[in-house]
Ligand binder design. Sequence first.
Ligand code: GLN
Length: 476
Amino acid sequence: MSNLNELSITEAAAKLKAGEITAVDLARACLAEIEKKNKDLNIFLEVFDDVIAQAGAADARRKAESSEGKESHPLLGIPLAIKDNILIEGRKVSAASKMLENYTATYDATVIKKLKEAGAVFLGRTNMDEFAMGGSTENSAFGPTKNPLDPSRVPGGSSGGSAAAVAAHMALGSLGTDTGGSIREPAAFCGLVGFKPTYGKVSRSGLIAMGSSLDQAGPLAHTVADAELLFNTIKGKDALDSTSLDQSQWQGRTLPLQKRVGVPRHLLKEGVESDVLQKFEESLKQLQAKGYELVDIELPSAPLALSVYYVIMPAEVSSNLARFDGVRYGLSVKGENLFDDYAKSRAAGFGPEVRRRIMLGTYVLSAGYYDAYYGKALAARDKLTEEFKKVLAEVDAIAVPTTPCPAIKIGEKSDPLSMYLLDIFTVTANITGNPAISVPMGMVEREGVQLPVGIQLTAAHGAEDILFTIGKEVEA
Ligand code: GLN
């Protein structure tokens, strides 16, 4: 048998159910791996001090449930890693920022509440780009995380710690958040499955907000089945998030499949590295061999997606981060007067990328430029959403490579614009609110090292089942 920390969630759940292992065994295996590697890889910002106690409680609960003849939740006793922008009551939650370095959560995020009800074990909080702004985890105030598959490279971001924790077998699964690709891109760079739900499917209550109309929490895991299990546990309408919705809100087509996958070839003509494109073609062929029809589709507004994202997202960032004023939350630096308190606290608390986006957002929302930038971006967002809707009435899913390249070197993209280009295929699903999944599609070689790349599938609103079904075919 492989080491317990190397099991998938589904495999571990079966062994727990059969009584072959305990949650304490699993937790110990993960903690040992963390102990061995975390210092070098900088994946966990904090490992909780009560992991064994949580696991012991899970084992006791399983015993009690089984003596009552009750079926235990498959996540009972499963050790998970949680991105450091998701609130767990009584624990620190810093969004990897100096601003919140010593901030303690006063309540559970709804996703955490649901995982606690299921009996999952929380190992600790994982490193990320500050306030989820980035695609490499290099923007953390607490140093970059290294990719466990090649420590000279980034794990992706912003949920880089959550991806690396699973890839390094320190946790069996994890939660990340995705505003423009922050679950799918690190999943692709670390050889994992990463899933961004339909906007509104998962409550945002208790997530530290980045772009409120774009943010969704979701799973990172070794298999599609594991991601599906985590998603099904955290989803659902929530009174604490007025933008959350239940499935009845969507008339979108779900199963059965029509077995048609759309490929927007006009988006793949340049910018995608050739061996990544080759892996993409191979996984399409594999789908074809399983009876899927590949359909050439056009998404005329998709080339605008990145520009639209980099207007709407900073606009929302500038307003969401206004609350960090040195008075209400976190870091407080005393100045000469109240305004000076604000300025000094924000200058000391926020890193360069966060400041850049606040300035950009404030600019696009300013009275003189609102119509020229923000208004236009909203109009383009509507158009893109319409185009996706139209195409997704004809095909089950749209396929593209998740990223144009495999994991980049630490320090490779020093200019922010070239970093933003990593998001070219992922931001669209956040703009349109559609669900999207990244599934490993093979390896490409860089400097003698095999690095994973991912295929991204996007489905109609509410049609996550389609993504899990096709995702499992890609995986097989
Ligand atoms: N990399 C993207 C950005 O920097 C996405 C971030 C995210 O999804 N949180 O905005």
